[in-house]
Design a protein around this ligand. Structure first.
Ligand code: 5GP
Length: 138
């Protein structure tokens, strides 16, 4: 399986389509998922292109996991969550729909149900507010 640079996250990284950004550094970008499964659901991607975890270089994963941890802490604090889930899908059989490596961060409260994966598009005003809440907790 090869990497196709026409995927939606590559377009977000190139600034060709908008996103609600939370955090950016030399190697990574974090932004809100447009179809959030919980409030505060966000995504972290490396700037270097790989299809998923299976073809990623170790040098990509080290800064990526540092950003996953940083944003996870901020999302948990911003949403006063009891915990959070980190998810990462590899290949269509496992639920992957966008073929640029990414980690999902989902703040969770006790007994909370998840909305559907790639389900309903959220209101952009709400996503902008949630991105700001997480940014303020970084
Ligand atoms: P996957 O199934 O590949 O792990 O997840 C892809 C995620 O990207 C889904 O949760 C979906 O809601 C999200 N997504 C799909 N298209 C867009 C988009 O254009 N912008 C953003 N911010 N998220 C997207």
């Amino acid at each position: 399986m090869t990497y196709d640079a026409n995927n939606i996250f590559a377009k977000i990284l190139r600034g060709e389509i908008p996103s609600h950004k939370i955090y950016e550094d030399e190697h990574t970008l974090a932004f809100m998922d447009v179809m959030p499964q919980v409030d505060g659901h966000c995504l972290v991607v490396p700037k270097v292109g790989s299809r998923n975890l299976l073809d990623a270089e170790l040098s990509t994963l080290t800064p990526l996991m540092a950003t996953v941890q940083k944003v996870a802490r901020a999302a948990k604090a911003a949403f006063k969550a009891d915990g959070l889930q980190i998810r990462q899908y590899n290949e269509p059989a496992a639920g992957q729909t966008v073929f640029h490596l990414h980690f999902h961060i989902m703040p969770m409260n006790e007994g909370q149900a998840l909305r559907g994966h790639s389900g309903k598009m959220a209101d952009h005003g709400v996503l902008a507010k949630h991105a700001e809440m997480i940014r303020k907790s970084l």
